[in-house]
Design a binder for this molecule. Sequence first.
Ligand SMILES: [Mg+2]
Length: 372
Amino acid sequence: VPANPGDRTIAHLDVDAFYVSVECCRRPELLGEAVVVAGSGPRAVVTTASYEARRYGVGSAMPAAKARRLCPQAIFLAPDFALYQQVSRQLMALVRAATTRVEVVGLDEAYLDLTELSFPHAAMRRLVAVIAERTGLTCSVGIGPNKQVAKVASDAEKPAGFVVLTRAQACVRFAQAPPELIPGIGPKTATRLRELGVRTIEDLAQTPVELLGERFGTNAGRGLARMARFDHDGEVSDERAVVSASRERTFDHDLSDPAELERALANMARELCGSLSKQGRSGRTVSIKVRLDDFSTVTRARTVSRPTSDGEVVADVALGLLRDYRPSRPVRLLGVRVAGFGADAAGSAGAAATPERSVPATIATDQLLLPL
Ligand SMILES: [Mg+2]
């Protein structure tokens, strides 16, 4: 029973090294080895590395060539997304059986609202055990009064972590961590914070909200101040609340030809809309992401008058955004996103206030729907 009427108990569950773990389940001889799941081709990046490989400095989103240099003895596997999706469905069925409110935020990650349960910690221990027994996967769990605390807690002691924190405990435990530790504070925001002299979460908590408001805008400033106190109040929303979907592609060779870029972008837009229509989803905000050969990355967005999943409409808007932007250098990566699902996009319109979330530019994003 919650101590205060408004208190909630939220868990974040995250499978450890998901792709690698799935590979180890079907090939147990891989267990304990340095294993890297990465695409092939000159621009391939690491999607997941086993903890043994991470010891050599191999990490997600790192170029595969660099991973080979750091850990030449690692076993490199090509990703098998069909299998990962199949295992994910099995996993999420077990997660949904644990409580009524579940928000799936990736193939291997979900938030669970446990407020109604009498013994939430025991329920999560049981769920972790059932997942291990049925799927062979190891998870890390964080439990707290909100999604923010739960998420940071689940990351804190990976693999096989089980961390329960109050808001005050989270503030103390992560006081000296950089602001990027907080989901929603990306590298760009962190850089701007450093310009204000803010290097730690504690620094951020001590920065006057007025100053943050001047620098980031009133809403975003308020959001940052709340995040610094681990007091972010996002609801655990069910599946329908997935707010965006995207496709992106890293080219094997940088592209400079506008016609080629437009062709690639239009294809991605149509492909994305094909899968949105199948799911009965549509959105009002179309955005593009362009990463240049110097790794600078920009996004440009436009909101249309009504929700759409029409490939031609989305392609049109995306191409317009690309033409307006006119990349000044060769393009390494191009992406398109449709956001603001559902009738009322007001919540996500404030997304300017929700700073960027880093989604690694992996080939995985070509295949998957990634919630924002
Ligand atoms: Mg994971």
